[in-house]
Design a protein around this ligand. Structure first.
Ligand code: SUG
Length: 416
C-alpha cells in the first residue's frame, strides 16, 4: 500500500460571488459588491490543479455544493425583499475552499490505523455553517472504503471548527507517523476567533491521536486582528518543514519549543516581520501557499501571483532561494478570483494522505478528466455575477444546471 499526499481541490461553484460575508477576512470585505467571474474563477482553479499534476502530484477534487440553498432560505424566512446578506449566504460558493472542508489525520497517526476525516462545522459564519452536511455526503462517497477511512460527523457547532486551515502535520515522510499541530484562537478580539480550542481537542480525540504526538497552540491575537482569520494565512507545514511568519502564534518561541519537543527533526523557515509585515503577508497570502514535496524529493512553494507583485515578499523569496534552505522552488499561480474573497492556493485544497487505489476514482483527476471538466465549465458556468443578480430565478436555474452538468461529467449521480 503506497500512501501519497493527494490534494482535493474545491471546484469553484457557478454561483461564485462577492458578498462581503466574512467579518475578519480583509479581502472579502474589500471586494464585497464587486462583480465576480465564476467561469474564469473555476478555470483558474483547474489550471492550478493541472499545474500540480504536471509536477507529478496526485490530484483530486470536491464538487460545488447545491446553491441556492432553499432549505436555508426557508429556515430563515428570507425572500428577495429581506436582508441581502442572508440571501447571499444561501448562494455562497464558499465550499470551494476545501482547506475548511475537514480535518484529516492520516492512517499512520491514528489508533485504529485508518485515515480519519471530520468535516468542519464552520459555525462562526452563516454562509459556511450550511456546508458540512453536504460536504460530508461527498466525503462519505469519496472515502467509502471503511477498511481505510473513517468519516465522522462535525463536532457540535457551539465549538467553532474550521478544519485543516487550523491544523498542520509534521512528519519525516507523508507515509510515516506524524505530529499533528492544532492551532486555535481565543475570542475577545475585534474579529471572531473561528477555531475554538475545544473543537480542536474533540477532533484529536475523535481521530484517536496519540497525545504524545499532538500539539495545541494558540494563534497570535494580533494576527487574527490583522486579518489572519485562519492559521493557514500565516503558517504552513510540509514533512519536516514549518514555514511561518514570526508573528503567527501567541507565544512564538513556546510554540516552536512545544513542536520540537514532540518532533525533534523540525526545520524552521521563519519570515521576520521586518522583512514582510503581517499586513503584507496577509495581503499577498505568502503563507497560504501549497508547500509540496515534488517526486524528486525537492520542496516547492506554490504561491499566489500577488506574491510576485510585492517587492517585500518577492525579495524575501529570492533571498530564500539563493540560500540553502529546504524550499527550492517558488511557483506563482493565478487564482485571483478566489484571492479576492480571501482564498489562496492552500485554501483551495484539502490534503489527504492515502493510497489513491482506496479512494473513489470519480473524485480523482487526470488530464483527460480535467479537460472534460474545463469544457463543462466553459459551457455552463455564468461568465459574470453582479451581487444584485442574487435571488434571480433565471440565475438560480443556470447555477443548478451548471452543477448538474459537472455531476454528469464526473459520473456522480448520487450528488444530483
Ligand atoms: O471562510 N471567504 C472564505 C475564505 C476561506 C479561506 N480559507 C482558508 N484560509 N483556509 C472564508 O472567510 C468570503 C465569502 C464572501 O464574502 O462572499 C469567504 O467566505
Amino acid at each position: 500500500m503506497s500512501l501519497t499526499e493527494i490534494n482535493f481541490d474545491g471546484i469553484v461553484g457557478p454561483s461564485h460571488n462577492y458578498a462581503g460575508l466574512s467579518l475578519g477576512n480583509i479581502a472579502s470585505a474589500n471586494h464585497g459588491g464587486d462583480p465576480s467571474y465564476p467561469r474564469a474563477a473555476a478555470l483558474q482553479g483547474l489550471a492550478k490543479m493541472r499545474g500540480n499534476m504536471a509536477r507529478g502530484l496526485a490530484q483530486g477534487c470536491l464538487l460545488p455544493l447545491p446553491r441556492p440553498n432553499h432549505a436555508l432560505l426557508t429556515r430563515l424566512a428570507v425572500d428577495n425583499a429581506t436582508d441581502r446578506a442572508l440571501l447571499a449566504a444561501a448562494w455562497s460558493a464558499s465550499s470551494m475552499w476545501t482547506a475548511n472542508a475537514a480535518t484529516v489525520s492520516p492512517a499512520p497517526d491514528t489508533a485504529d490505523g485508518r485515515c480519519h476525516l471530520t468535516p468542519a462545522n464552520l459555525s462562526t459564519m452563516l454562509h459556511r455553517a450550511q456546508e458540512w452536511p453536504e460536504t460530508k455526503r461527498q466525503l462519505d462517497l469519496a472515502f467509502a472504503d471503511s477498511a481505510h477511512f473513517a468519516v465522522h460527523d462535525a463536532v457540535p457547532g457551539s465549538f467553532g471548527d474550521e478544519g485543516a486551515a487550523n491544523h498542520m502535520r509534521l512528519c519525516e515522510g507523508h507515509g510515516t507517523a506524524g505530529v499533528e499541530v492544532f492551532v486555535y484562537g481565543r475570542p475577545g478580539g475585534k474579529f471572531p476567533a473561528r477555531q475554538h480550542e475545544q473543537a480542536s481537542r474533540a477532533v484529536a480525540r475523535l481521530h484517536g491521536l496519540d497525545p504524545d504526538r499532538t500539539v495545541f497552540i494558540e494563534q497570535n491575537p494580533a494576527a487574527i486582528a490583522a486579518g489572519a482569520f485562519h492559521n493557514d494565512v500565516v503558517a504552513v507545514a510540509n514533512e519536516r518543514v514549518l514555514f511561518t511568519h514570526a508573528e503567527a502564534f501567541a507565544d512564538q518561541a513556546g510554540a516552536y519549543e512545544a513542536i520540537r519537543a514532540k518532533f525533534p527533526a523540525l526545520e524552521m523557515v521563519e519570515v521576520a516581520a521586518s522583512a514582510v509585515s503581517l499586513a503584507e503577508a496577509i495581503r499577498t497570502y505568502l503563507f497560504n501557499a501549497q508547500l509540496v514535496t515534488l517526486p524528486g524529493g525537492e520542496m516547492a512553494l506554490v504561491v499566489p501571483e500577488e506574491c510576485r507583485e510585492s517587492d517585500a515578499v518577492w525579495s524575501w523569496c529570492e533571498a530564500m532561494l539563493a540560500g540553502n534552505g529546504p524550499i527550492r522552488q517558488v511557483i506563482p499561480v493565478d487564482v485571483r478570483q478566489s484571492m479576492a474573497n480571501g482564498g489562496g492556493p492552500a485554501c483551495l485544497r484539502l490534503r489527504v494522505v492515502a493510497d489513491p487505489a482506496t479512494v473513489d476514482s470519480r473524485f480523482l483527476l487526470d488530464d483527460a478528466k480535467a479537460e472534460r471538466m474545463e469544457k463543462a465549465i466553459a459551457a455552463a458556468w455564468p461568465e459574470q455575477i453582479d451581487p444584485a443578480d442574487l435571488g434571480s430565478d433565471a440565475l438560480a436555474r443556470t447555477v443548478r444546471a451548471a452543477r448538474q452538468s459537472l455531476i454528469e461529467t464526473l459520473d456522480l449521480p448520487e450528488l444530483g
